[in-house]
Design a protein around this ligand. Structure first.
Ligand code: PLP
Length: 461
């Protein structure tokens, strides 16, 4: 018998059992479920056992101890669900277990990456000649884009960074928003930049970089802009930043982890205009496109720049093939993650991506109105899918967050915004319905009432 039949049959039943229940159950695992995790505290077994038995334990002790981020009422961090087509495609691709290294090691993985790459560039209005690197997430996208940027700026000045190294290299400056995402700081540190070396540009009350406040730029400067602030969702004026940067020969790298997908809807044209003029972009598909983890894209207008830093050849890897995406990613061995991006895009279509984006933003606006009705102050312009709000005092805000989390009805976390303790809600999942939003608002209202902070306003009366 096929050695996979029983185990995949069991996995299929368990996964459906999980997904059938995940929308209705409480978002956080119960205390009992958390206690059940001790069932994994086993000594490494000496003897082999039935693989189905291993899955049984995984489902019995593991599934209840998940956070129900695959349901519609998880609004923490920036977390999408996983679309049916993407989950199904990932299962099949896992069964294939392809090495997405070249079109010799996996013709199909490389083909689907290429097709998905073309669709992404079309959907986001980015240059068709750009390279699209399928990486684990925006963090690795930063590494790809920023390493390429630095080497390319130096190459233009006649310095061959990959050969001669950093020690004798002329310095390349980093100019970034004061609101730079912590993942970019992590990557800059990996690239050898200390925190204090980063020239911070002030932001306005929405967290947008003030283009007029940019320092004097030159041809040895990388400017890091954001399309979608992780708290407010606001966009830096990327067009104006590109004007200033390109006039000076500088490079513009955009963190568009989730925000870039707003490009798929004409509703956000005013917000996203100019984004297409940057030099490199990084985004996730595991957030707003709702593919499974881990999948992000590094997109670069200058293909040679990425190849110069990510290309790696060894005698044993010269196995032929026309396409070798390992030359444009930090990873070497890689799973076929392009399959899920292809499946998500093919099943949604351009219209589906647009609707997904617009729906999440509509939910976010409804949250903002509902929170105001409960006497909370919404601290951001709800430009896309993010809402930041505060109660009367920092203590009231954190008590509210904790009470809602405890209720298990929905989940969101804390942040600081413009010096104030706040709660942040990110609506990024294809699963979130109008009813999920109303149910979550009811849970927030109940929590407010429980804390003695409920105030009726004209609108909710
Ligand atoms: C999530 C996020 C990142 C980091 O992306 P990963 O996929 O977690 O590596 C970077 N920037 C922003 C704005 C984000 O929301």
């Amino acid at each position: 018998m096929n050695p996979y039949t029983q185990v995949l049959g069991a996995a299929h039943v368990m996964a459906l059992d999980y997904l059938d229940g995940v929308c209705a159950r409480q978002v956080t695992p119960t205390a009992e479920a958390l206690r059940g995790l001790c069932r994994f505290d086993e000594a490494l077994p000496g003897a082999a056992s039935d693989p189905v038995d291993t899955l049984r334990l995984l489902h019995a002790a593991g599934s209840p101890a998940t956070m129900a981020s695959q349901g519609g009422r998880y609004f923490g961090l920036v977390v999408g669900g996983a679309l049916p087509a993407a989950v199904g495609a990932e299962w099949l691709a896992t069964a294939w277990d392809q090495l997405a290294f070249t079109d010799v090691t996996s013709p199909v993985a490389i083909k689907l990456e290429a097709v998905a790459a073309g669709w992404v560039l079309e959907l986001l209005g980015l240059p068709p000649e750009a390279t699209v690197s399928f990486v684990t997430g925006t963090t690795m996208g930063h590494l790809t884009g920023l390493a390429a940027a630095r080497a390319e700026l130096l190459r233009r000045e006649g310095y061959d960074l990959p050969r001669r190294g950093l020690r004798d290299a002329p310095p390349v400056r980093i100019v970034a928003s004061a609101e730079i995402h912590v993942s970019a700081l992590k990557v800059l540190s990996l690239l050898g930049y200390g925190d204090h070396e980063i020239e911070r540009v002030p932001v306005d009350r929405q967290g947008r970089m003030i283009a007029d406040a940019l320092p004097k730029l030159d041809a040895r400067t990388i400017v890091l802009a954001q399309a979608g602030n992780v708290n407010s969702g606001s966009f830096d004026p990327v067009g104006a930043i590109c004007d200033a940067a390109h006039a000076a020969g500088a490079w513009v790298h955009v963190d568009g982890a989730f925000g870039v997908w707003a490009k798929a809807s004409p509703d956000f044209d005013d917000l996203t205009r100019g984004l297409e003029r940057a030099d490199s972009w990084t985004t996730d598909t595991h957030k707003w496109l709702n593919t499974p983890y881990e999948c992000g894209l590094a997109i670069c207008r200058h293909p040679g720049a990425v190849r110069a830093v990510m290309g790696a050849q060894a005698a044993y890897t010269s196995i032929g093939g026309a396409a070798s995406p390992h030359d444009i990613v930090p990873e070497f061995s890689r799973r076929a993650r392009g399959v899920e991006v292809w499946a998500a895009l093919r099943s949604l279509g351009g219209d589906g991506v647009r609707e997904l984006v617009e729906r999440c933003c509509r939910h976010a606006r409804r949250f903002a109105v509902g929170l105001q009705d409960l006497g909370l102050e919404v601290l951001n312009e709800v430009a896309i899918n993010q809402v930041v709000a505060a109660a009367e005092t920092p203590q009231a805000t954190s008590a509210l967050i904790e009470a809602v989390q405890r209720s298990g009805e929905c989940w969101f976390g804390p942040t600081h915004w413009q010096g104030r303790a706040a709660l942040r809600i990110s609506v990024s999942s294809w699963r979130t319905t109008d009813e999920d939003v109303e149910r979550s608002l009811r849970a927030i209202a109940d929590a407010r009432r429980g804390l003695g902070h409920y105030r009726r306003t004209a609108r909710s009366a």
